[in-house]
Write a protein that binds this ligand. Structure first.
Ligand code: GLA
Ligand code: ZN
Length: 675
């Protein structure tokens, strides 16, 4: 449980009373009560208010805020206010201001703007965290610490450049090793002094905002370094807090598929994962589901926090659509169904000025409770009170895992060739979606996760094979596991240096194939996957596109071949028996029908069944289990009602009614069914 003081799904969100007068505070408490709101995330952006100069701290407003919230039945998720530095600090200590990708020294402005190497930032952020922790360590309202806010962005200043050199020294020890790792004999880049190394940006090796680089090795390491650097800032604040409150959990809000930080590494330093979920009206619901699963996977399946979502619309998307009636509740339960133990919003009251004044909020500009958004929020709040601690801490048991790795993603994104259309996240999502549509539960895992608990491991585009990973996958398959990997796998090591001797490098033995060439065509151009014979759900022809590995078998069985082009008849789907398990290679990017068929066959072979007997398209199912009890979440993403067939009768947790095997769920509705 995140904190025993509130044993239910937490309900609330970001709240900025510093933007309002005291009369409004009273109104807030009244309305929070009506909406069943029990947690407020406060002090996220109040550094300038809290510390008007170097030696003065004004925290009285915060004392009052916390006390009054608590008196009114609202706990706090207490942020440290370091997500944006004060203007005076930026003026007095220029080191806190970042240097951007184009090499420009930033002025004061914006947020998430501090240089992670800045001695000033580190000193004052740590001091602020420490002061807050000392002051509120015994306050009964404080449930959790929220360090800074949405860490992200890179800096290219001189302090970062020096820090990068130090980071490189500790990773590689010698300059010689750096030269090797980056293959600097290419284009005459050999470094003879550490000081010759400069950050890769628009002034040196990269262009298009960092989407392209001349030296993948340098760029990859700079990403690692910046991710680590920001993480150190998190750790500084965390440790300062922990000294005072060793028993209160500490988190920072992550951003799902955010590309710039290696969240698996971050997760090790966090007590609980929390994240901000902002899909737009046309985001595939299975992509959101996958992101929740990924956030759960960061800490080995532990329940996580939905820290932010909007009750209605955003302000920063091109078209800020309203969440249609029922959708806020539906998407809230989607988070819960996939492991969230909190449902929290940005924001509780809508601001009147600056960039977020048109961002949705529980309390809107009109100020009263007679709004659609408030009514929907309050209905959900009451429901969560009724559900109490039912499925809090319940876990998800998946037997299928999909591997996701940020460093591999960086390497693929930075790669020059073979195709600009190759998108790691999209390829991962294709596999996820094929399982999602069949209501098979999936864990999204990192490369360090223990594999023996899974029957099937899917590692799409495993371009970068890290040291020891191939051996680990071999052991998994040898012991009976099924592995699926795809085109453009096993190509490079951790430094983006090609493994010579034939693709897929270290995976070659396991897969029993050799990939001689890789063809890349405009994604509109397709080839065919021609099945050699009917294989369970797979028969006939399917389409594939994007990349096409030209492979030869070295022991693997050919299950399908290309249907056209000069490599017609060459293998496109292979299966290798390795020990007591099977390793599959999918040499191109297949259509959905193929992936559904392939994965349903593999699940069938392993006795992995969908969570329900059947469900109409658009009905998402997920299961959480706790103390021998199963909670089946059914989410109907369709506007219209839909039917499903359960494996057994269950009880609807919200209505108390018994649900027979074949049942109907209204449009955009949810059901939580207990066994
Ligand atoms: C992020 C931030 C919030 C707010 C929301 C708006 O998640 O953490 O402060 O800006 O976006 O969607
Ligand atoms: Zn910097």
């Amino acid at each position: 449980m995140i904190n025993k003081r509130l044993p239910k799904v937490w309900y609330g969100g970001d709240y900025n009373p510093e933007q309002w007068d005291k009369d409004t505070w009273d109104e807030d408490y009244r309305m929070f009560k009506l909406a069943g709101i029990d947690v407020a995330t406060i002090n996220v952006f109040s550094w300038a208010l809290n510390q008007p100069n170097e030696d003065t701290y004004h925290l009285e407003w915060l004392d009052e805020t916390i006390d009054r919230l608590h008196e009114n039945g609202v706990f706090v998720c207490l942020a440290t206010s370091t997500g944006a530095h004060p203007a005076w600090m930026a003026r007095k200590y220029p080191d806190i201001r970042r240097v951007d990708f184009e090499g420009r020294k930033r002025q004061f402005g914006g947020r998430h703007n501090s240089c992670p190497s800045s001695p000033t930032y580190r000193k004052y952020a740590e001091r602020m965290a420490s002061k807050l922790a000392e002051r509120y360590k015994n306050h009964p309202a404080v449930l959790i610490w929220h360090v800074s806010n949405e860490y992200g962005g890179y800096c290219y200043c001189d302090n970062c450049a020096n820090g990068f050199r130090e980071w490189l020294k500790s990773r590689y020890d010698t300059l010689d090793a750096v030269n090797k790792a980056w293959n600097t004999s290419f284009w005459g880049h050999t470094f003879y002094e550490w000081e010759e190394i400069v950050p890769p940006n628009g002034l040196s090796e990269e262009w298009q905002g960092g989407q392209n680089t001349n030296f993948q090795g340098i760029s990859l390491d700079y990403r690692r370094f910046q991710s680590d650097r920001l993480l150190e800032c998190y750790q500084l604040e965390r440790d300062a807090i922990r000294k005072h409150t060793p028993d209160i959990p500490i988190t920072t809000n992550l951003m799902g598929l955010y590309p710039e930080l290696d969240y698996f590494k971050w997760a090790k330093e966090m007590d609980i994962i929390s994240w901000d979920n902002y899909p737009s009206i046309d985001t595939p619901v299975s992509l959101t589901a996958m992101t929740h699963d990924l956030m759960r996977g960061l800490k080995g399946g532990d329940p996580f926090m939905l820290m932010e979502q909007t009750p209605s619309q955003q302000n920063w998307q091109p078209y800020n659509s309203l969440k249609r009636p029922g959708v806020m509740r539906l998407w809230s339960y989607q988070a819960v169904a996939r492991g969230a133990d909190t449902i929290m919003f940005f924001q509780l009251r809508r601001s009147i000025g600056a960039t977020e004044k048109y961002h949705g909020a529980v309390i809107e500009h009109v100020g009263h409770e007679q709004t659609r958004v408030f009514r929907e929020s309050a209905d959900l709040g009451r429901e969560l009170i009724q559900l109490s601690d039912k499925f809090i801490d319940a876990r998800i048991n998946a037997r299928v895992a999909i591997v996701f790795d940020w460093e591999n993603r960086w390497a693929i994104d930075l790669s020059s060739g073979p195709s600009i259309a190759l998108d790691y996240v999209q390829e991962i999502h294709k596999y996820y979606d094929a399982l999602y549509e069949q209501n098979v539960q999936v864990d999204m895992i990192g490369v360090e996760e223990e594999l023996s608990k899974y029957d099937i491991v899917i590692a799409p585009v495993l371009y970068m094979v890290k040291s020891g990973h191939a051996k680990k996958l071999e052991a998994f398959v040898a012991a009976g596991g099924t592995l699926v990997t795809t085109f453009f796998s096993g190509i490079v090591n951790e430094n983006d240096l090609v493994t010579t001797g034939g693709y897929p490098g270290e995976l070659r033995k396991l897969l029993g194939i050799w990939a001689e060439e890789i063809d890349a065509l405009d994604p509109k151009v397709t080839n065919q996957i021609v099945m050699k014979e009917t294989l369970g759900d797979l028969q006939g022809e399917y389409e594939c596109n994007l990349l096409f590995d030209l492979i030869h078998t070295e022991g693997a069985e050919v299950l399908a071949t290309y249907g056209s082009d000069f490599y017609q008849g060459m293998p496109v789907l292979t299966k290798n028996i390795f020990g007591t398990g099977h390793a599959y290679y999918v040499a191109s990017s297949p259509d959905k029908a193929f992936l559904k068929g392939l994965l349903s066959n593999l699940c069938h072979d392993k006795g992995i069944e969908p969570l329900v007997k059947s469900a109409e398209q658009g009905v998402e199912v997920s299961e959480r289990v706790k103390a021998g009890k199963s909670y089946l979440f059914l989410l109907n993403h369709n506007e219209e009602k839909a039917t499903f067939v359960l494996k057994e009768q269950r009880k609807d947790l919200i209505t108390g009614q018994s649900i027979s095997q074949k049942a109907t769920i209204p449009g955009r509705a949810i059901m939580i069914l207990e066994n």
